[in-house]
Design a protein around this ligand. Structure first.
Ligand code: HEM
Ligand SMILES: *[C@@H]1O[C@H](CO)[C@@H](O)[C@H](O)[C@H]1NC(C)=O
Ligand SMILES: *[C@@H]1O[C@H](CO)[C@@H](O)[C@H](O)[C@H]1NC(C)=O
Length: 488
């Protein structure tokens, strides 16, 4: 009897020893790993930011955590980030597979596609298409200006009153992407855009929640009816909606005369070779991917910019002066005017630095065995870039911890961009919408500031600058007062 109990204990002991995940040799350091759950129990799954800060202090700029059995390496600070994303860009250009978000997008978009021919061809195609827009008869700038006119109508109705800008900026960014993708903007109460936005908002919330963290960490629970499964239904609804648009486009398009992104892709599909990675169902998820990537990011950046502009009136005033001086009697701003507006440029970049809109970028993986800061990292390891850590790194900024456009101005008042500025990340995976996003931020801010003055309402208390945690960070909801400048 005694012997069998001892034998049983020994067996259990060896089983546990087998299960215990261990860090590979010379792997970046981190806290002790428990079997099966890894470091999950040591994190606050609702908002792990505090835990991350503690870990960085203990283990340094490159440390590791086990999310279930899956190791993840966190990269902080410019030195490590440059080595990974720029010097060894290709070795760090993979994306994790077999996770919740991959299943939602069926590995067909570009954001989450692994490093390889499908990703490369689709990325190249999008970069080329976005560059050529001016698709058809309208330039990208005109498309953006058209949308701004609708926003001005909304603001005109609020003159002398306070309004909440959240939905306005969201509608605006969504519509600009829709213009590019589908050739139309959607009346703000349109069913199509309402449904797409609802599905994405819900899915973003789900993707960010504790259930998905568990889903990714513990493959054995995946067949259970988890609350996060709602996301699959939402994805199906969105796919159905875009599928309808693709069918319409197929009926009305003129080959060789694309009106929008869908037409371009259909043209490409028509001339595609046997072994091409292009296909119609990829188009649907690709379009959704781009809409998702371009909406919250841009609108949350705008929200942050306006929050700081209304709480720093002297900075807004300097923007007004520069805009008036450069535009003079001109009809409207063009993107080229940015070269004559160093101060406005500095304010936009400073807003992006402070906003940290995509704080942990999109997760990468290593595409082969590699090294970082002297540590060995095996192929397929998940890599998490901390972009925030660059944007407030001591030694990289004149004023790392305050909102101050001087961070982007030299002694002559010229615009300069420090190396540590990476809101779009860097390297082969860098945001492919950067060009479009820059154009939007500039034209929207200049046009709105030229016409209106935005004011923090007297009765609104002190502004709260702590962002709401999520895949993208956004400011807490706030209201602003709108005044026509000509009536000053
Ligand atoms: C201010 C606005 C934006 C910010 C801050 C932003 C930021 C980012 C970041 C940090 C990444 C991850 C890069 C990496 O993994 O290393 C990314 C990827 C991406 N972004 Fe943006 N983005 C913005 C706007 C846009 C827009 C307007 C579009 C659409 C046209 C877009 C499309 C994409 C795509 C497709 C990817 C995936 C690229 C790839 O995996 O190869 N983004 N973005
Ligand atoms: C990223 O860096 C910021 C600032 O240095 C820090 O507060 C945060 O905890 C870091 N996050 C992670 C995931 O390491
Ligand atoms: C934004 O769009 C939604 C519907 O998509 C609409 O209900 C709302 O009134 C719009 N708001 C603004 C401020 O444009």
């Amino acid at each position: 009897m005694f012997l069998s109990v001892v034998l049983l204990c020994l067996c259990i002991f060896f089983v546990i020893l087998q299960l215990k995940s261990r860090r590979p040799k010379n792997f970046p350091p981190g806290p002790t790993i428990l079997p099966i759950v890894g470091n999950l129990l040591q994190l606050n799954l609702e908002n792990p930011l505090k835990d991350f800060e503690r870990l960085r202090k203990t283990y340094g700029n490159v440390y590791s955590l086990f999310i279930g059995p899956r190791p993840a390496v966190f990269i902080n600070g410019l030195k490590a980030m440059k080595e990974a994303m720029v010097t060894k860009g290709v070795e760090f250009a993979g994306r994790p597979q077999d996770m919740f978000n991959n299943e939602i997008t069926e590995n067909k978009g570009v954001i989450l596609a692994d490093y390889g021919p499908q990703w490369r061809e689709h990325r190249r195609f999008a970069l080329m298409t976005l560059r050529n827009f001016g698709l058809g008869k309208k330039s990208m700038e005109e498309r953006i200006h058209d949308e701004i006119q609708h926003t001005i109508e909304t603001l005109d109705k609020s003159i002398g009153k306070t309004m909440s800008p959240q939905v306005m900026f969201h509608n605006m960014s969504s519509n600009i992407i829709c213009q590019v993708l589908f050739g139309t903007r959607y009346e703000y109460d349109d069913y199509f855009i309402k449904e797409v936005v609802r599905c994405f908002t819900e899915n973003a919330k789900i993707a960010n929640g504790p259930w998905v963290m568990l889903y990714d960490a513990l493959p054995m629970i995946r067949n259970l009816p988890l609350p996060c499964n709602k996301a699959f239904e939402n994805a199906k609804i969105c796919k159905g909606l875009v599928n309808r648009l693709v069918s319409e486009h197929k009926k009305t398009r003129v080959p060789g005369e694309p009106r929008d992104f869908l037409d371009c892709y259909l043209d490409e599909l028509a001339k595609a070779a046997e072994d091409s990675t292009f296909s119609e169902d990829k188009l649907i998820l690709y379009a959704l991917d781009l809409h998702f990537a371009g909406t919250d990011t841009t609108s949350n950046t705008l929200l942050t910019a306006f929050l700081y502009l209304i709480s720093h009136p002297h900075i807004q005033e300097r923007c007004h002066q520069e805009i008036d001086k450069v535009l003079g009697g001109k009809d409207q701003a063009s993107f080229d005017d940015r070269n004559d507006m160093p101060y406005v440029q500095a304010v936009i970049h400073e807003s992006q630095r402070i906003a940290n809109t995509v704080p942990l970028s999109v997760f990468h993986t290593t595409t082969k065995d590699t090294e970082l800061m002297g540590y060995s990292i095996p192929k397929g390891t998940m890599i998490i870039q901390n972009l925030t850590s660059l944007h407030n790194e001591e030694g990289q900024w004149k004023y790392p911890h305050e909102f101050n456009p001087e961070n982007f101005l030299n002694d002559q008042g010229e615009f300069v961009k420090p190396e540590a500025f990476m809101p779009f990340s860097a390297g082969p995976r860098m945001c492919l919408g950067e060009g479009l996003a820059r154009m939007e931020l500039f034209l929207i801010m200049v046009t709105l500031l030229r016409k209106f003055k935005f004011i923090w309402p007297e009765d609104a208390g002190e502004p709260d600058f702590t962002p709401v945690y999520g895949v993208t960070l956004s400011p807490r909801p706030y209201r602003m007062k709108v005044q026509l400048r000509s009536s000053e």
